[in-house]
Design a protein around this ligand. Structure first.
Ligand SMILES: [Zn+2]
Ligand SMILES: [Zn+2]
Length: 285
């Protein structure tokens, strides 16, 4: 098996570049023993839609490039750099440690809200639902995400850069969140109870992916669960465990079909949402 994997990795590296392949292989080597010896759901190695999720993993460089280009446009047009520039004298006067800790807490707090809006704003949910459509959570399923799903976070990054927060801090936070996010999808049986209120665990994020209606709209934090505890969306029942994952609505199979799916009927959906918002506002007056 290892020989065939090595051959597959060598062949794949010719087509999609060494960096992406090395990342996927490294992740597999770290995750495989955990999922093999501490497996929670009995899922076959060649499980449903594995090829789709592997395609997402292999396409990461291209997908992240699309995200970057659109994020730059969204970031600049959001004008989040204006409050960033206003905050700059204050931020740069802070000690380095305060910048790191303050930056981390603020970043994590804002990511909580952007993730929460990804579920509550229909336009954002169209893109985010691709990530939630996986029926199995494991080492590779975390890669399944639409490249436009992450762009709503761009104004936050722009704000941080304009405010003078060290690029290494901003970049480091994004990488940490990406890696912790991948780990949170692992199919492992340990519950890590002492860590529940401290940091995102697989159990915490698996509840976020749970299909059952009552579990929807919970555990939005992507690193510190404190935001869910503070804003009333924390869900970690001691006597139950998440069982089934996915979304109630339809989602086609295959990466190309899934990437195109959020664009269907986009214009009419957007019009309906704006109309609904107007009516809600009129009713509130
Ligand atoms: Zn989500
Ligand atoms: Zn997830």
């Amino acid at each position: 098996m290892l020989v065939s994997l090595a051959v597959a990795a060598a062949v794949a590296s010719v087509f999609i570049g060494n960096e992406a392949v090395n990342g996927i292989v490294a992740l597999f080597i770290i995750s495989w023993p955990l999922e093999r010896f501490f497996r929670r759901h009995p899922v076959p190695v060649r499980r449903l839609a594995l090829r789709t999720d592997l395609a997402y993993a292999a396409a990461q460089p291209a997908l992240q490039f699309i995200t970057l280009v659109v994020a730059i446009v969204v970031g600049v047009l959001s004008f989040a750099w204006i409050p960033g520039l206003l905050l700059r004298p204050f931020v740069t006067s802070l000690p380095a440690l305060a910048q790191v800790i303050g930056g981390f807490l603020l970043f994590d707090f804002l990511v909580y809200w952007t993730h929460r809006w990804s579920h509550t704003v229909p336009l954002f949910w169209r893109f985010h639902s691709v990530h939630h459509s996986t029926r199995h959570l494991d080492w590779v399923s975390g890669f399944r995400a639409h490249p436009l799903d992450g762009v709503f976070i761009a104004p936050i990054i722009v704000l941080f850069i304009a405010a003078g927060v060290d690029n290494k801090v901003t970049g480091g936070l994004a990488i940490i969140q990406f890696l912790v996010g991948l780990g949170a999808h692992l199919n492992v049986r340990f519950r890590l109870r002492p860590l529940w209120p401290v940091v995102m665990t697989p159990e915490f994020h698996h509840w976020h992916h749970e299909l059952r209606h009552e579990a929807h709209n919970s555990n939005f934090s992507t690193f510190l669960p404190i935001w869910d505890i503070m804003f009333g969306t924390y869900r970690m029942p001691r006597d139950q465990r998440p069982q089934n994952y996915g979304i109630p609505g339809p989602m086609p199979n295959g990466i190309i079909q899934q990437l195109a799916f959020p664009m269907r009927g986009l214009r009419s959906d957007w019009r309906n949402w704006r109309q609904g918002r107007k009516q809600r506002r009129a009713a509130a007056v």
